[in-house]
Structures are given as structure tokens and as C-alpha cells.
Design a protein around this ligand. Sequence first.
Ligand code: GLA
Length: 395
Amino acid sequence: MSDRLFDELVEETKRLYQEKFGSAPEILVAAPGRVNLIGEHTDYNGGYVFPMAIERYTIVAASKTGASEATIYSNNTRATAKFSLTGDMTPPEKVDWTSYVQGSIACSIEKGAKTTGFNAVINSNVPLGGGLSSSASLEVSIATLMEELSGVKFPGTVKPLLCQKAEHVFAKMACGIMDQFISALGVKDCAMLLDCRSCEPKMIPLSDPNVSVLITNSNVKHSLTGSEYPERRASCEEAARRLGASLLREISMETLLASKDKLIDEVNGDRLFRRARHAIGEDVRTLKMADALVAGDWDTVGEQMYASHDSLRDDYEVSCVEIDALVEIAREIGKSGGVIGSRITGGGFGGCTVSLVQTDKIDEITQKYRDEYKKRTGNDATIFATRPAQGARVL
Ligand code: GLA
């Protein structure tokens, strides 16, 4: 997204604030969505992920009031709600947009960021439910606002971890750490190689102007997601347990292959083995891809992306026909047509693919993705290019 689009989003948010609350906002914060280049379903296994922040943001405009609670309007849901500032950690029964906001407020307060009442407007152009972490960007934007309102600055990993807790407790989604981490701590023009066991990020420049990141939204969302994510997580935990480890990260591919029979039984067939083979293989691919990126070895980068996709499709079973069609189209265009590599990104069951492409071929590739996707699935894809963006900040 160009600076112009970002500026427009900020201006729109200020205008909405003025309309809703009758004055100009005193504070503006932004937190980006993310795309994961590789390292999928590895974070909760203590493995490696390789995301970057994207030029799509949740903006929050706010001012303090004399009230005891917060009044917040979401332009995305066109709804206003009131939020307690007592730090009460009891989640409401129903999960909706207010759960992320209330969770992030409560968990920020728990970490010392206390504030008096405020008014705020939330306005986001991160596609909702598209696998680009609209929820994490919402949580992180609110935590960043809480820092600003309270004067308490969360050091290091505190902000991503409190936002993850908000998602676990209030949105009842047992996510890993990747999304909140990159939204909070992303660095412009860099992807983040994150070791999810030690929580140590390493910034890897992705600034070659000849290579661009293209995100293709399949615009499909299969409704299985709710139960499938915890099921994958539980399978990995069970596989680790049977292999005598607390996390699959601790198991090498050699050990896994040598212990295959421990993961095969009548109830599960080879399902646990395949889940583990994905998680363990994905760590290897992620480290290989990060090295290849540093070396400018684009062939290896592409191979890792396609191998990751195949593994997520066959072993982890989180892809779907629409997403497979997009990756197939990318493969057909190939290196000669300017596509370096492509894969499903995010939790799966729909959502987006991420492709690395030659910058001077973006227009042709976009057109081909659009036409072929429509021809093969009957659906329209939404496609945009992005550079690695800055993580959450006060504007
Ligand atoms: C979702 C979760 C992340 C991660 C990905 C899969 O985005 O929020 O923690 O597990 O799925 O890589």
C-alpha cells in the first residue's frame, strides 16, 4: 500500500472520530496485519516462523475522557460498545469483535497499563477473516493505545504475549505466537525469522526492489476452521508426547522416521505421523528459505515455498481446492513467467496465498491469477502487492 492509501485510512479514521465524538482525536496508533512467508503451523510446536508485517493496518483514534469506561466505535462492524477498565479477566460468553478489544484492554491492564476512560474509533483495512491476522492487528492496536493512554511502555515480548493471552482467554482461540509478534514488532523492509521456543526474532532484509510479495485472497473461508485448528494442535501435542518430547521442535526428522511406528495406530492410521512430519519438515524448510533469501538464491526460496504448500495440503490437510488452484496457477506460470514461489499462508481452509514474484511482471501475473482462478473455481480473487511494513506504532 502506498503512503497515500495509508494516509487516507488515517484521515478517514480522524474524520470518523470527529463525527462520532465531536472533537479531534488526541492519539492515533496503527498496527499491521501480516503474511507468513513460510513456517506454517510451527509456532505452537516451538518451531520457526518467517512472517512479515503487511501494508494493511488497523488504525485507532482516541482521546481520554472523564468517564470510568471506554466507548469504542468500530467502523468495520459499524457498532459502538462500552468497555470496562477494571481489568476484569472474565470473558463474555459470545465471541465477536468486542472480545478482542476487551481482551486486549484487560490484559494490558493486568500488565500495568491502567487508564481512565476514553473514546476511540477503530478502522481497519486488513481483510477480515482472510488469514492476514486482522484479529492480531486489532489486539495489538488496542494494546499500543493502552500504552499511550497509560504512559506504560511494554518492553520486549510483553505486548505480543499479552495480546496472545487476550486471544486465548477472550476470543477462545488457542493460537500460537506468530501473529501478535509480527504485528507488534515487525520492522520495515524486513521479514522476521522467529524462534517460537525462545521468542527470539531475527530480522532478515527483504528489500530487493526486483522481488515483490503478492498476496492473493481466494475469498473463500471454509467453516471448519473452528474445530480444525485445535485438532491440529492437539495432534501435534500427542505426537510429541508419544515421542517423549514436550514440543515437536525437539524432534529431528531422523528420529521421527526411526520412531514412525509410535505414531501409527488403528484409530488414527498414519495421521499423527503425517502431522508431525509436516511440523518437523517445515522447520527445516523455514531455516533453508531464510538462508536462501539472505544469499539471494531464489531457486531454493521457491522450492521451499512449494514444498511447504504440498506438505500443508497432503500431510497437514489445511488447504482446500481453491487455494490449491491458486498455487497450481503459480507453478504453471513458473520462473520464466516471473513467479519465484507460492504457497498457502496463515491458518488455512481458505484465505490467501503468498507468492514471491519478479516486480516487473506483477501486472501480468496478477491478470493471469485473476483470469485462471475465475476460470477454474468460478470465484473472484483479490490481489495486492505489499512491501514488509513497520510493526505497531504511535502516529
Ligand atoms: C493462525 C494462528 C498462528 C499460527 C497460524 C498457522 O494464524 O493464529 O498462531 O498458528 O495460524 O501458522
